[in-house]
Design a protein around this ligand. Structure first.
Ligand SMILES: O=C(CO)COP(=O)(O)O
Length: 126
């Protein structure tokens, strides 16, 4: 994934409407970025704002979180915005934990809920 740093967007199923609204509200900020997203999230973001540059990876439960973790480890992700659902058990919980761990290891800005994301996004430079 050569050239330029990415912003990573992920939302769990119960948070996907929130992510779509977030994308609509912040379309001008997001338009400055190359975005990487897990599969379903990326689709929802593109439905909300079709002209964004979104690269859709695998769906989370099929390895998408791990793909984004790998991109963090190679220095290609500048920041992670991940709307996490804390109330639903998930089969890929270990992948979610591993992704957050890598974001901490590589010390990239990480917003795990909407209010933090709203504050973080305008501070980032694409
Ligand atoms: O499960 C996810 C993150 O853990 C998100 O994956 P999708 O965007 O494909 O739903």
């Amino acid at each position: 994934m050569a050239g330029g740093k990415c912003l990573a967007l992920i939302a769990h199923d119960q948070k996907k409407n929130e992510m779509a609204e977030f994308a609509r509200r912040n379309r001008d900020h997001l338009a400055q970025w190359k975005i990487v997203a897990t599969g379903t999230t990326g689709g929802r973001v593109l439905d909300a704002v079709p002209d964004l540059h979104v690269i859709r990876l695998k769906s989370g439960p099929l390895g998408g979180d791990q793909q984004i973790g790998a991109l963090i480890s190679t220095g290609e992700v500048s920041a992670l915005i991940f709307f996490v659902d804390p109330l639903t058990p998930m089969p890929h919980d270990v992948d979610v934990k591993a992704l957050m761990r890598l974001a901490i290891v590589y010390d990239i800005p990480m917003a795990l809920n909407e209010s933090t994301a709203e504050k973080l996004l305008p501070t980032l430079n694409a």
